[in-house]
Design a protein around this ligand. Structure first.
Ligand SMILES: [Zn+2]
Length: 293
């Protein structure tokens, strides 16, 4: 029986979405990110829910008071990288530099240890298996960077469908797959799926889980569409980013009230992680190297 699932918020600008790469300047959404994040803080406070906030280094640098504000609400501060680039595109040296720099800044601004990491666009996969060791070596112990299943350019199928230890040359990471398989096999981890799928269907998918699962959202997804796309952005991308946004505040409030949520640090404290199955990641995917209990 699960006490609660992990709620996570990726604090980034709307213009950081990988779907928009090459079509808008990354920092166009900068003036909106603080108000959008404060909207999420208000909704979580109303529901008395604490979450893990993965903050992008560039957003922390440009909104220094924001990180403290999130921490003051009782949320856990996690790291979403320095820029919103895929791990494979950064390469080992740049990733090491970026993660050290981002973790240091987030710890300074929040006054709390930063243990959890989420890669932009779930890009910890077979295209960047070396990145797991870099994440561990730069001080992170919890990772939520793997999307269970293939989804366009990202994702890595996880046969065991539950949290596990990810073996790296620098030690193990506690890995929480960021997606939830529903009865139909569809992944309903958060964001777009939460905005468009029937709410009871989403809630039932979480209720059926035997282990802590993860939900995610972005500050730009909640409340209203308060930005404008350049004309060249295709209709499909516009739909994916805006469908259900205007009605999501109320729906999110409901999901927060019927599904129990907690921060990743709460789960790590309450679980006997040493007994989790242990997997390794290589260019051919994830493989079980040790069965759990
Ligand atoms: Zn992101």
């Amino acid at each position: 029986m699960v006490n609660a699932h992990i709620l996570s918020v990726d604090v980034e600008r709307w213009s950081d979405a990988t779907l928009l790469a090459g079509q808008v300047q990354r920092d166009v959404g900068q003036p909106l990110v603080r108000a959008q994040t404060e909207r999420v803080l208000r909704i979580l406070a109303q529901a008395s829910v604490r979450a893990t906030f993965f903050v992008l280094g560039e957003v922390a640098r440009d909104n220094p008071g924001l990180v403290q504000e999130i921490a003051d609400h009782g949320h856990e501060i996690g790291c979403h990288g320095w820029t919103h680039d895929l791990l494979a595109d950064l390469g080992r040296e740049r990733l090491e530099h970026d993660l050290s720099r981002a973790r240091r800044l987030l710890q300074e601004l929040s006054g709390q240890p930063v243990a959890a990491f989420r890669a932009p666009t779930w890009s910890l996969d077979r295209q960047a298996p070396w990145a797991a060791a870099v994440i561990r070596q730069t001080g992170f112990t919890v990772d939520m960077s793997i999307f269970d299943g293939r989804h366009g350019p990202y994702g890595e199928p996880i046969s065991i469908g539950r949290p596990f230890r990810l073996a790296t040359s620098g030690g193990d990471l506690w890995e929480f797959p960021t997606s939830v398989r529903s009865w139909s096999g569809l992944r309903v981890g958060g964001g777009f799926y939460w905005r468009v799928l029937p709410r009871r269907w989403v809630a039932a998918s979480y209720a059926a889980k035997a282990h802590p699962a993860v939900g995610y959202l972005h500050p730009w997804e909640v409340g209203r569409v308060d930005w404008q796309f350049p004309e060249a952005v295709p209709a499909g991308v516009r739909f994916t980013m805006t469908a259900g946004v205007d009605a999501f505040e109320e729906k999110l409030g409901w999901l927060l009230s019927v599904i129990p949520w907690q921060r990743s640090c709460d789960v790590v404290e309450s679980e006997v992680v040493e007994q989790w199955p242990r997997l390794s990641l290589s260019a051919s995917g994830l493989k079980v190297v040790e069965e759990g209990e």
